[in-house]
Design a protein around this ligand. Structure first.
Ligand code: HEM
Length: 129
């Protein structure tokens, strides 16, 4: 599969799985929520792999300030998945943590969408090699 197709396919899959994670979390369907969350994280890793392959086809420095800005958001976004896993595990042990987990989960989704927007912007602004 070429880098552009792989990237778009897995980005869309990740966003759909995140939607599934929100729906099953809100409905307290734990037996569905946990496998969907696991698939989301696998799909995110495959998306990052294809994003790196896609990046090799462009002179990303030529995109200007959006390049370091996107890298910063991408790193914060990837790290935030560790935080949502931690808050999810805490919610499994004590349901009173549910509200905190919810706030963190929506922040992670916002960061993921911002990463996708700034990444697309960066590729559009970069010179193909
Ligand atoms: C991409 C990651 C995740 C997203 C987007 C997500 C999203 C959500 C949302 C929106 C809720 C509903 C909160 C509310 O409306 O008050 C929820 C509930 C919950 N989530 Fe997650 N979550 C994620 C990861 C995890 C992980 C890694 C775990 C555990 C290891 C977990 C365990 C739970 C539990 C136990 C609940 C409460 C279900 C209940 O009330 O029975 N979540 N999640």
């Amino acid at each position: 599969m070429n880098a552009s197709v792989g990237f778009i396919l897995f980005l869309v899959t990740t966003l759909l799985l995140l939607t599934g994670a929100v729906i099953t979390g809100r409905a307290a369907r734990r037996k569905l929520h946990l496998p969907i969350v696991s698939l989301t994280i696998v799909s995110l890793c495959v998306t990052i792999y294809y994003a790196e392959q896609l990046g090799k086809l462009y002179d990303l420095e030529s995109a200007g300030w959006i390049y370091p800005f996107h890298l910063l958001i991408a790193k914060v976004s990837a790290t935030s998945y560790l935080v949502v896993i931690g808050s999810g595990l805490a919610t499994l042990r004590d349901t009173a943590r549910r509200k905190t987990h919810s706030t963190i989960a929506y922040s992670v989704i916002t960061l993921t969408v911002l990463t996708a927007i700034t990444g697309t912007w960066m590729i559009l602004a970069a010179t193909p090699l």
